[in-house]
Each structure stands twice: as structure tokens, then as C-alpha cells.
Design a protein. Structure first.
Length: 233
């Protein structure tokens, strides 16, 4: 099981498990099935309702969603397509910053070379020989694909309806900040390493100008619960 350490924007090193080639191939097959079913359904439905041959413009409009499928999914679903979500894998940047549209665009633009040329042989070879299991699109975008099955989620935190937030400043945090906090908590649970926990707590304290007497773990739990409660309103 190959792992990679990524330095987050909070200067905390988080360890991810790289997605295996098998998971990526299965995700690709699931996405291909979805696109194929879409094309068959749309064209069959359209052709069955008209008597004349469809215009080129109509065909282009019908084809466009399938053509842009991966770019749209990864942009709107935080680095995941439907296939990736089913396989519990996701695109991340190696520098720790959230992947932006430009990164997803580069991956998408190089997808034909990776996955069509030599029937996907280019992607398989690139993933096999690159240090961080990157296909050409990943190398260009500075991304890779990691497992998310064990990644924490806000759903794991139960917050009572009458919960009283202690730190209303959490509204200044982003979803990416909360994701980092959750992963740090999970890393602590799995390894017992306290350094990332303390470093993250100190970063959040500084960022939000907070003073408290909680232990780092308790403080981060409180931040997450406050964030979930406030953003759910």
C-alpha cells in the first residue's frame, strides 16, 4: 500500500494512501458506463420523437455533457467523478492546496492522450513509473489520486440541535480547512502522533484569534462541531 505525505496550506503534513491502478480503472469503467448509458438514452429518446434527421447543432448540444463529463464532475464534486466516488478515490494536489479549475482542466485536456492513445497504455505506464502514481494529466496539473475511504467526514460528528457554538469565528474557515482538521484528527487516531494535532490547533487559534484552555484534540473537535452547527443553519 503506497502512501504519500502532502504538506497542507496549514503547514501540516498529512499522509494519504495512493489510489491503486485497479481502483482507478474501475472508476473509469463506471464513468464510461454512465456516459454510454447517457448517450444511448438521449439519442434514442431524441430520435424517437422526431421524423427528420437531427441537426448538427442539436447533436453537439446532446453530446456536450458526455464530452465534458469528467471536467464538470471533478470541478463540481471536489475532485471526484461518480466512478471515483464509488471507488472512494479523489484528486488532490501535491502542494496541499485545493485543486482549482485549471488543474482539472489540464487533467481533462490530457485525458485523450492518457486514456485513448494505445488503449490507455500511456496512462498505465505513466502511473506505473511515476513516483506518485500520476498519469500525464496529473504530472502536468501537479495532482495525484488518493483513497478517501478512511477519510473523515462531517457526517461522523453528531451535533445536537441545541448546540451552542463556542467559537462563532469558525465561519472564517473553508470546507477545505475543516477537511484538513478532520484528516489530522483521523491521523492522530490511527498513529497517536500529537505533533500534527498541536500544529493544526495552533494554526486555527492564530487564524481565528482564539484563546482557550482546551487540549488540542478537544479544541479541534469543538471547531468542527461549531462549524457543522453554524453552516447547517
Amino acid at each position: 500500500m503506497q502512501k504519500i505525505k502532502i504538506q497542507t496550506t496549514q503547514n501540516v503534513a498529512i499522509e494519504f494512501v495512493l489510489a491503486g491502478l485497479g481502483s482507478r480503472i474501475l472508476a473509469y469503467l463506471i464513468d464510461s458506463l454512465i456516459v454510454g448509458v447517457y448517450l444511448i438514452a438521449v439519442f434514442w429518446g431524441y430520435l424517437s420523437t422526431i421524423d427528420s434527421e437531427p441537426s448538427t447543432v442539436i447533436l453537439i448540444l446532446l453530446f456536450l455533457p458526455s464530452f465534458l463529463y469528467h471536467l464538470l464532475c471533478e470541478t463540481l464534486l471536489n475532485g471526484q467523478s461518480v466512478g471515483k466516488r464509488q471507488m472512494n478515490i479523489r484528486v488532490v494536489r501535491l502542494d496541499g492546496s485545493p485543486p482549482g479549475f485549471s488543474a482539472y482542466l489540464l487533467r481533462w485536456l490530457l485525458r485523450p492522450i492518457d486514456l485513448i492513445l494505445f488503449s490507455g497504455g500511456v496512462a498505465i505506464l505513466s502511473i506505473a513509473v511515476s513516483q506518485n502514481d500520476q498519469r500525464l494529466g496529473d504530472l502536468a496539473a501537479g495532482t495525484t489520486v488518493v483513497k478517501t475511504k478512511d477519510a473523515p467526514s462531517l457526517a461522523m460528528f453528531t451535533v445536537d440541535e441545541d448546540h451552542q457554538p463556542q467559537f462563532p469565528q469558525v465561519t472564517q474557515l473553508s470546507d477545505a480547512d475543516i477537511e484538513t482538521i478532520l484528516r489530522v484528527i483521523t491521523t492522530y487516531r490511527e498513529t497517536g502522533q500529537t505533533a500534527p494535532l498541536r500544529a493544526t490547533a495552533e494554526k486555527i487559534e492564530t487564524l481565528l484569534s482564539i484563546t482557550h484552555d482546551m487540549r488540542p484534540l478537544q479544541f479541534l473537535y469543538t471547531i468542527v462541531r461549531d462549524y457543522k452547527h453554524i453552516t447547517a443553519q
